[in-house]
Design a protein around this ligand. Structure first.
Ligand SMILES: Cc1cc2nc3c(=O)[nH]c(=O)nc-3n(C[C@H](O)[C@H](O)[C@H](O)COP(=O)(O)O)c2cc1C
Length: 346
């Protein structure tokens, strides 16, 4: 897939996820998932305008993640244009405009998915950002299907966005009013693809959990790339497994318990290095628990993780999990078959 002047390969994008896709997780997805593009969590254009120090800390992309797009939200064209210039000056490879966030804190200000209720304003925001930075980096948008089922706005908006210079559009195929309920209706992605008629690439998003899902979405909608969110949490390998499956049809095995423990450890070390022990450990309580889905003894590990305060607390839990996994292997039939079977069944 080509977004503006950038070649994106593999055509797999890590979804922006607030509280999840900061530098450590993006880096791990790049390393173990080999994604083509990563996107930061949503960043407030107003916070950038007011030079909020904490927000500057979110400009945390590094060369090993590139290309890395920065996602901005805001309903005011001038503020969005200014914020886009700031993040590009700080090295973002592209600017993604959030038009999918439905939470009241964002939507009430006329930002995020609320822009889908006012396409004039949406176009003004997009045009301002394209005018501000479009000559330097690609500008993309991420939308929901629409605000609610009364209007599948994404189809109309996609064409308008392409006309004002947007270089790719991501469609999370749910209405904003649905939140995360129900299932994504991928047919909307196909309709958006038809509407833009090859002028810009369309990235399909919503409910991909397996390599087979990704292949099915591409076949059903003809989208140019897939974006993966929740299923990648604690599972960066999924992105590589999807890439391999799309390219060759080969379904590679899931990582074993040792690999999960090792990467959870790497994640913890990076998070603490970036955020310090206090904030880092608080964030890691949730983040690390995702690595243990399907591991024998996962509930016990998750329970222990709720109490972590220091990196050594985490190391001790992971050492213990490692030890238990070794014992399981030894108690099995020697070559790990029983443990692997347990892992698959858990
Ligand atoms: C915890 C969480 C945080 C999210 N934060 C953002 C965000 O900052 N910006 C955004 O555009 N979408 C955000 N999303 C939506 C995802 O990018 C994605 O569109 C959605 O999860 C559907 O994809 P999935 O089924 O692969 O998870 C978030 C989703 C989750 C679960």
């Amino acid at each position: 897939m080509r977004i503006g002047n950038l070649d994106i390969w593999p055509n797999i994008v890590l979804a922006p996820m607030a509280g999840i896709t900061s530098h450590p997780f993006r880096t791990l997805c790049k390393k173990y998932g080999r994604v083509g593009l990563v996107v930061t969590e949503l960043i407030s254009s107003h916070a950038i305008h007011y030079r909020n120090q904490r927000t500057w800390g979110m400009f945390d992309w590094t060369d090993e993640e590139r290309p890395a797009f920065c996602q901005l939200f805001g309903g005011d064209p001038a503020t969005m244009a200014e914020a886009a210039q700031v993040v590009v000056e700080n090295g973002a490879d592209g600017v993604d405009i959030n038009m999918g966030c439905w939470v009241p804190k964002v939507a009430k200000t006329g930002a995020g998915a609320a822009l889908l209720k006012d396409l004039c304003q949406a176009e003004a925001v997009v045009k301002a950002v394209v005018d501000a930075v479009g000559d330097t980096v690609p500008v993309t948008v991420k939308v929901r299907s629409g605000w609610d089922s009364k209007d599948v706005t994404a189809i109309r908006f996609a064409k308008a966005a392409a006309n004002v210079g947007v270089k790719a559009i991501t469609v999370h195929a749910r209405f904003a009013s649905q939140g995360f309920s129900g299932t994504a209706d991928w047919s909307v992605i196909g309709q958006v693809k038809e509407a833009v008629n090859g002028i810009i690439p369309v990235i399909g998003n919503g409910d991909i959990e397996t390599p087979q899902d990704a292949k099915r979405m591409m076949a059903e909608t003809d989208c140019d790339a897939v974006m993966i969110g929740r299923a990648a949490m604690g599972n960066p390998w999924l992105l590589a497994r999807i890439g391999l499956y799309l390219e060759t049809g080969v379904l590679s095995p899931e990582p074993d318990g040792f690999e999960r423990i090792a990467v959870a450890r790497e994640h913890a070390q990076m998070q603490v290095a970036q955020q310090g022990e206090d904030i880092g450990c608080r964030e890691l309580r949730g983040l690390l628990s995702h690595y243990f889905k399907g591991i024998p003894g996962a509930p016990r590990i998750r329970e222990s993780l709720t109490k972590i305060k220091t990196l050594s607390d985490i190391e001790a839990i992971l050492d213990d999990a490692h030890e238990r996994f070794v014992i399981r292997l030894e108690e099995s039939d020697g070559d790990g078959t029983v443990a692997e079977r347990e892992l698959a069944a858990a």
